[in-house]
Design a protein around this ligand. Structure first.
Ligand code: MSP
Length: 505
């Protein structure tokens, strides 16, 4: 029996019509945190991201910039790769939809759908928004615009259709028997009522652009960009190695709430049509606003993740983005909140704990992790809290409650700081050296646990913390966070003079 604990997680693939913004950074970061945690927890993880390069939206931006479309996307992809590098994202694969592995695979899927009788040729008349790359029914328009506020245009053209209407009941049955498929729950309810209201067949080809994957055997048509894009989650598993049998079905697609309908309705219907298993979960997160205003290029209030990193450093940006919003809800970027959160939670709490404890150990214990004596009830209570935090974090990550996952570390830091104040090692130094050493030992172990658990969120700072504990080459996996004596911090380990880990902003 194959008992490999595998985990496949994906970001949406990003339109390369402009440089990356906070939305791209946010979705990718959430996946990175979960992927890093799962890796620490011993899973064989595959984390996929990439770029969505076809469609009219991109063709139009290329034209505006006076560039050929291929040249235009080729020039923009590096800015996405660079943003991910700057954000310290550890993806396992990066797919571009213009790659051969993708176009070949999608054409094969088209052939299967056609052979099954799920695709037919007809004429499309209706509204289309190039910005959203989406078709809208007359009844969905608000003051002549798409519900997203995007402009729409009237389209009349020959088009292939996918028999989406045929899958309505199957989809509803699937949602019913897989209550975790769409999360958060409010989003699941929205999708169910949308599907219940009736599905119309979906136009899946265009003749008004040639920037798309050619429809096999009809060179007048290219595929609708969303049909092609969704299949990236599987086409990426076909090459360079065949990873399909290991990683499909996907464990988690993380997406923004604006693209839920494509993922929770169209994607499962396409998969049912080609007889492939459905992903296990789709989690739709909320949107950032900037000082209370919707972020948009026309308002000139976009937030460039690279500017934030240059100003505050990558770990603070990662921490703030993951901690500020309860994952799934909308959130509001405000610099004051950014600064006060970093100062109170990282600098004053965890940074202060490690600095005061480790510089005290460095000065008073000969630069070594001290020998402990008998543990008292307060010590055992703190040990229990430390080892329990890992279970709390596992549960939070499995529910994508990323902000709560960080919260448990922060709470542990608070408890440890209270313990320092109460035990007052500086006082014990004058009265009871054995007790002082015991207290310091407990605290060093606590800082070790905190450092290990912070790795998925603030990897660079977690490494400094581990270095401060003299644990440079230790194994940093979650399974090492347990009270087994083989893994707890070793008495006598030399520690360097500690470096301040979280400077105040
Ligand atoms: N190309 C499609 C996805 C295809 S997946 C098969 C697409 N690309 S996108 O570049 O427009 O958007 C990517 C992601 O950024 C979406 O998940 C979207 O929700 C997210 N965000 C865009 N603006 C955002 C905010 N202001 N806040 C948070 N995330 C937002 O859609």
């Amino acid at each position: 029996m194959n008992m490999v604990n595998k985990y496949y997680i994906t970001t949406p693939i990003y339109y390369v019509n402009d440089k990356p913004h906070i939305g791209h950074a946010y979705t990718t970061l959430a996946c990175d945190v979960i992927a890093r945690f799962k890796k620490l927890d011993g899973y064989d993880v595959h984390f996929l991201t990439g770029t969505d390069e076809f469609g009219q939206k991109i063709e139009r931006s290329a034209k505006k910039n006076g560039k050929g479309t291929q040249e235009f996307v080729d020039n923009l992809v590096p800015s996405f790769v660079n943003m991910m590098k700057m954000m310290d994202i550890q993806y396992d694969d990066f797919i571009r939809t213009t790659q051969r592995r993708h176009t070949d695979f999608v054409q094969k899927m088209w052939g299967i759908m056609l052979d099954k009788g799920d695709i037919y040729l007809d004429k499309y008349c209706g509204w289309y928004s190039i910005r959203d790359e989406a078709f809208y029914a007359e009844s969905e328009l608000v003051n002549g615009k798409a519900p997203t506020g995007a402009d729409v245009e009237w389209v009349e053209e020959e088009s292939y259709f996918f028999k989406l209407s045929m899958w309505q009941d199957k989809l509803l049955e699937f949602y019913d028997s897989n209550p975790d498929f769409i999360m958060p729950e409010s989003k699941r309810n929205e999708v169910i009522s949308f599907v219940k209201s009736g599905l119309r067949d979906l136009s899946i080809s265009r003749t008004s652009t040639m920037w798309g994957i050619p429809v096999p055997n009809n060179n007048k048509h290219v595929m609708y960009v969303w049909l092609d894009a969704l299949f990236n989650y599987i086409s990426a598993l076909t090459n360079p190695k065949d990873l399909y049998s290991k990683f499909w079905p996907c464990d988690l697609h993380i997406i923004g709430k604006d693209i839920l309908r494509f993922h929770a309705v169209y994607w499962p219907a396409f998969l049912m049509s080609v007889d492939l298993p459905l992903p296990k979960k789709i989690f739709a997160h909320g949107w950032w606003t900037n000082n209370g205003e919707k972020i948009s290029k026309s308002l000139g209030n976009t937030i460039d993740p690279i500017d934030l990193i240059n100003k505050f450093g990558v770990d603070y940006v990662r921490y703030y983005m993951m901690r500020e919003i309860s994952f799934g809800n909308d959130g509001n970027y405000m610099e004051e909140n950014f600064i006060s959160r970093v100062n109170s939670e990282l600098a004053n709490n965890i940074g202060n704990l490690s600095q005061r404890v480790l510089s005290f150990v460095y000065k008073n214990c000969d630069g070594k992790i001290p020998q402990y004596g008998d543990f008292q009830t307060v010590d055992v209570e703190l040990f229990d809290d430390m080892y329990n935090v890992i279970n709390l974090m596992k549960d939070a990550i499995d529910e994508q409650a990323i902000n709560c996952a960080i919260g448990v570390v922060f709470d542990l830091g608070k408890k440890a700081n209270l313990y320092v104040d109460k035990q007052a090692p500086w006082q014990l130094k004058k009265e009871d050296i054995v007790r002082m050493n015991t207290v310091l030992y407990v605290l060093c172990e606590c800082i070790r646990i905190i450092a290990l658990l912070l790795q998925p969120f603030v990897p660079k700072s977690a490494k400094i913390l581990l270095d401060n504990l003299g644990l440079v080459n230790e194994v940093n996996g979650v399974k090492f966070i347990c009270c087994n004596k083989d893994f707890t911090i070793k008495v006598g380990t030399s520690i360097p003079e500690p470096i301040i880990v979280f400077n105040r902003l």
